[in-house]
Each structure stands twice: as C-alpha cells, then as structure tokens.
Ligand binder design. Sequence first.
Ligand code: TRP
Length: 337
Amino acid sequence: MKKEIILTGITPTGTPHLGNYVGAIRPAIAASRQTENEAFYFLADYHAIISCHDPKRIQQSSKEIAATWLALGLDTENAFFYRQSDIPEIMELTWILTCMTAKGLMNRAHSYKAALADNDTNQSNDPDKGVTMGLFSYPILMAADILMFNAAKIPVGKDQIQHIEMARDIAGRFNHHYGNHFILPEAVINDNVAVLSGLDGRKMSKSYNNTIPLFAPEKALRKLIMKIKTNSLEPGEPKDTKGCTLFEIFQAFASNDEVSDIKARYENGIGWGDMKGLLFDYLNQHLAPFRNRYTELMETPDYIESVLQKGRIKARERSVPFLQALRKAVGITPICG
Ligand code: TRP
C-alpha cells in the first residue's frame, strides 16, 4: 500500500522563535523520523514574496529556517526537505489549477477579505488598495504545493484551515472534470501542542513583535526572559501557574516531575526574579547543544544548500512525472500524441 503523505510549508519571512518550535517545528521533526508515512517539508519562498518585498530578509530567513530544522535533527534521509522555488512543476501546476478555480472562491478567502475590510475601515477610495494578484491567488499556490505531491494530511495552524478546504475544492473540481488525479487533502490541527505566549502575554507571534528567537545567543536569551511580563505579586505570595507565561514556557520543555516541582514552588511563593533565572538556566541548558549546531550550520551555507539540492532531486522524482500526466490530462501534449 502507498504511504500517506504529510506535507507542510514554512514561509521564510522571519526568524524561528520558541512558539514556532513548540507548535510546529518540534512535532514536524518527530514526524520526519517515523516511517509509516512520508513527510514533505518545504520553504515556501514563493509565498514569502507575496507579503515581503525585502530580498535580503527572504534570503536570510530561508537560511535560518533551514539551519534551524537541520540543527534540530530533521531526518532528511527519510523525509523530503526542499525549497518550493526549486520545484518548477509547482508553478506550472499553479496555472493549471488557476484555470480550474472560481474567482468567487478566492473572493471568500479570509486574508483577502481582511484587506478589503481594512480599506473599508480606513475609508479608502480603492477597495482593493494594497491587494496584489499574489495575495488574491495565494490559496491556489498553496493548493499546488499540496496537490503536486498528492499529500493527504496537512499539519497547519487554525488560520490555515480555510486554505486547505479551498485546496480540496479545487482538487475536487479538477477531478470531476479531468478524472481522478488528486487525493483530497485534510488539515491536521494538533491540539496537544502548547500555544506559547510572548513577552507581552499575547500569543507569541512575529506580527506582535513579542517573540523569543529559538536560538538567541545566551546573553540575548537571558535579557528577553527577564523582559517577560508578570503580575506584581511579591516574593513569598502564592502564585497561579495558570496564565503565567514563564510557567507556560517552562512546561513546554520540562518533564512532568519537573513541572510538579515548579507548581509547588509557585504555591510557596517563588519570586518572579528567581523564576526568570530558573527558566533561563533551564532553557539555555536544553537549547545549547542545538544552538551550537545551528551556529556551525549558519557558518557553512554550502552544506545547507547541498541538503536542499538533494531534496530538490528527490522531490522532482515525484513532481516531474506527475506534472507530465496532469498536462496530458488537460490536453497539453506533443502533437504526435
Ligand atoms: N501558508 C502557510 C502559512 O502561512 C505556509 C504554506 C505554504 C503551507 N504552502 C503550504 C502550509 C502548503 C501547508 C501546505 O503557514
């Protein structure tokens, strides 16, 4: 029986942070080692240029994300790890799918509707102000990423569920018209992973500018942890672990026994300064070996590139023949048949 494919993309516009690690990277790396499915992970650089028009940032972020995943032990022998832009078949498929996608479906995309709503709020005289065709067609590119490899399970954040449903719609329409070529993909939302809060107590997110970079150097890591917002209870006063960012981060890394121990210390009134010191020591110790490997990788970009090139070759063994079949299905074939 064919193995089920799990696939997800990472948009290279920022630096990986603790929230990304706990919510997405750590489970993906664990999944890269199992052999009952096939895991496909890629840098979605053609997605990045939709929202980010700073070439240096995209280049740097691609390097940081690839180095992060490799430093954390991504199994690239078993899993497929590649760059979207290295697979030209994805772009060709995007066009084929664009011709099977109702414009009305794209009108309903949350990200597009949010842009329209902003323009309305700001009383702009152009309702489509700031909307490129890239933003508008974004879900079609994402559908191509998924359908190119006939992926069945797509681990994503809740904000991406609608895009997976759109990929299903597009695949269904294609299948209906041209025959059964695509598996209908499903979103997988992992409710067992923690959603971490950031420095200000809101969800840790690049857009809130409240993140702790996963591989911040030791000094910077300490400084950031010291900045995490707490309430104003004094040392000696019992404290609640619920809703406490320091505790949440600790819990995402520590064993059950260590967590129970810290809970007792909260009840006994541990001071915030002490808890911050403890969290820093704990995280720093846990992350140091990976951070060292990360630093080495960042200094050997040729090696990172060679891993991505191997990934390109492996992924194209699938995408080249499949695109050929899809072209034929829509009537794009040599004249002689
Ligand atoms: N749009 C996704 C995000 O912002 C990234 C992404 C691009 C993706 N292509 C994908 C995720 C295909 C899953 C499958 O998170």
